[in-house]
Design a protein around this ligand. Structure first.
Ligand code: NAD
Length: 513
């Protein structure tokens, strides 16, 4: 049995956290205020992890003003030098990886390896951004006029707002922030109130590097409730871009507020990810891929596998083996070695799990395994991972329930599988398990997966940072992290330069003055 109290004490001491932490950073920490604070409880055992004070309107305004000033200075620093600051931040995160990973586990209930993985993702995207500092490029385009040059430049935008979800309490912030800072922006972060402690631990480390490097404070933090601090940020015309990660419902609301003022958004909203398992799949890979996708982070990933559509030719065998794997998966304290499934974030999530199962059964679904709250470990929010055999067009399968519930479908033809796959409003991640090239290419064609992310013979969950991450339809259309996602954090300026002795006009227009 791991000694949770000892882990907490040691982690808090080493990361310089206390029971009462200020939640606003703008180059300096604002004082802790008794008046308004968020209480953090660990989903592992319900224990008190402390309090984080939230931003007042005054704190918020002060932070935006400081970040605006930082932007003016920072945007003049050459890209490769900006990249080097992000490298130093990543080095420092790397040194503190284990401790930070533990905070993620304590606060949101991820297993040790997943907590560490979350921090590794920050480190990876940091090194990616470091290289990117030398790769901020634009096109040169052939001009139709003699002695003219036509080209484009990508300039920094200003202050980028990042509102993040609880389930990736730091990685998603870094996808946005490290890339945005490398192109020359400053960043204001409003984390989830359910994951405020992680934001304080991360900002402690990053703040120290900014100070040591004499860098203006380009990363600011404003903890607070979505309905207050989140709305301030969404409505603030000083923030040209808001990158929002969260549910479809909140994303729709944010999107309306930001577009009302002609601001830009990057929306990373809910998923309802599906894996198609063909009779030509490598059964072992498919079982592991679907199992990992559905069970990891207790089904609380935006990319969690929520539906599996399996060929009728292998359906019974696949079903049997998957149930067997579910029965073996250890549920419990996520810091215990060997545990695969930790708790849900809170009691509301547990209620949503129960409600979804009730609805599924009332709509004709059959619970094959799981289906109940798991009471065998210490108090907390543990539930049994569940597989439900889905019948026909069950409405509940179109919704994202943030819990380990997998709906199992059977298909006869690939067209039928694709129809089930694409029949939901969300469009984040997808997977096909097959060893047949034709099936694979069909899945990746315009008649195939309608998602932003498509995987062959690997899970819907667990994307690498090097690719652009995001989804279509109700998932919001945003792209973050790798590839050319950096362009979203810039403004493009198209430049025409005449170095001749005449003034020829485009489209051959004559205008004799
Ligand atoms: P949520 O929508 O409840 O909250 C997300 C953030 O929005 C939080 O910081 C919250 O405080 C803030 N917020 C709430 N109301 C607000 C308001 N009125 N104005 C401004 N901000 C407000 O989501 P959650 O429960 O924290 O996270 C789970 C959801 O996030 C799931 O739907 C999951 O699929 C999605 N998610 C998507 C991605 C992705 O990349 N597509 C990644 C992680 C999570």
């Amino acid at each position: 049995m791991v000694d949770l109290e000892r882990i907490k004490k040691e982690t808090f001491e080493k990361l310089e956290l206390s029971h009462r932490n200020p939640g606003v950073y703008n180059g300096k920490w604002e004082n802790f205020s008794e008046k308004d604070s968020i209480s953090i409880r660990s989903p592992i055992d319900g224990s008190d992890l402390g309090q984080i004070s939230v931003a007042t309107q005054e704190n918020y305004d002060k932070t935006v003003k400081i970040l605006k000033k930082s932007f003016e200075e920072w945007s003049q620093v050459p890209g490769p030098k900006r990249g080097m600051l992000i490298k130093k931040i990543s080095d420092s995160l790397d040194k503190n990886k284990e401790l930070l990973g533990r905070i993620v586990s304590l606060e949101v209930g991820k297993t040790s390896v997943e907590g560490q993985g979350e921090i590794q993702e920050m480190i990876d995207v940091g090194y990616f951004a470091t290289g990117m500092g030398r790769q901020i490029y634009g096109n040169t385009i052939a001009s139709e006029r003699p002695n003219h040059v036509l080209y484009e430049k990508f300039l920094p935008l200003g202050i980028v707002g990042v509102i993040s979800a609880f389930n990736f309490p730091s990685a998603v912030w870094s996808w946005n922030s490290f890339v945005a800072a490398t192109v020359g922006d400053s960043v204001i972060w409003k984390p989830s109130s359910k994951a405020a402690l992680t934001s304080v631990a991360v900002m402690n480390i990053i703040g120290r590097v900014m100070e040591e490097e004499n860098c203006p404070p380009i990363f600011g933090l404003v903890n607070g409730r979505g309905s207050m601090v989140g709305e301030l940020l969404a409505k603030d015309t000083r923030i040209p871009l808001v990158s929002f990660t969260g549910s479809v419902k909140t994303g729709r609301h944010i999107s309306t507020m930001v577009s009302e003022r002609f601001g830009r958004t990057i929306l990373e909203l809910g998923g309802n990810n599906c894996a198609i398992v063909s009779e030509k799949a490598d059964m072992n890979i498919a079982l592991k891929g679907v199992g990992f996708g559905a069970l990891a982070t207790a089904g609380q990933r935006c990319t969690s596998t929520r539906r599996a559509v399996v060929s009728e030719k292998i359906y019974e065998k696949f079903k049997e083996k998957l149930i067997e794997a579910y029965r073996k998966a250890r549920i419990g304290n996520p810091l215990e070695p060997g545990v695969l499934v930790g708790p849900l974030i809170d009691s509301e999530a547990v209620r949503n799990y129960e409600k979804a199962i009730e609805k599924a059964v009332s709509q004709g679904g059959k619970v094959l395994v799981g289906g109940k709250i798991f009471n065998e470990v210490q108090t907390g929010n543990y539930v049994e991972p569940t597989i439900i055999e889905a019948k026909g067009d069950m409405e509940i399968t179109k919704e994202e329930t943030f819990a380990p519930i997998l709906y199992l479908f059977k298909y006869r033809t690939l067209e039928e599988a694709m129809e089930i796959h694409n029949s939901v409003p969300q469009g984040l991640s997808s997977a096909m398990f097959t060893t047949d090239l034709r099936e694979e290419e069909f899945f990746l064609s315009s008649r195939g997966s309608d998602c932003g992310i498509a995987n062959i013979n690997t899970s819907t969950a667990g994307a690498e940072i090097g690719g652009a991450f995001g989804g279509e339809k109700d998932t919001g259309g945003g792209r973050e992290s790798g590839s050319d996602a950096w362009k979203a954090y810039t403004r493009r300026i198209t430049i025409t330069k005449n170095y001749g002795k005449e003034l020829p006009l485009s489209q051959g227009v004559k205008f004799e003055l």
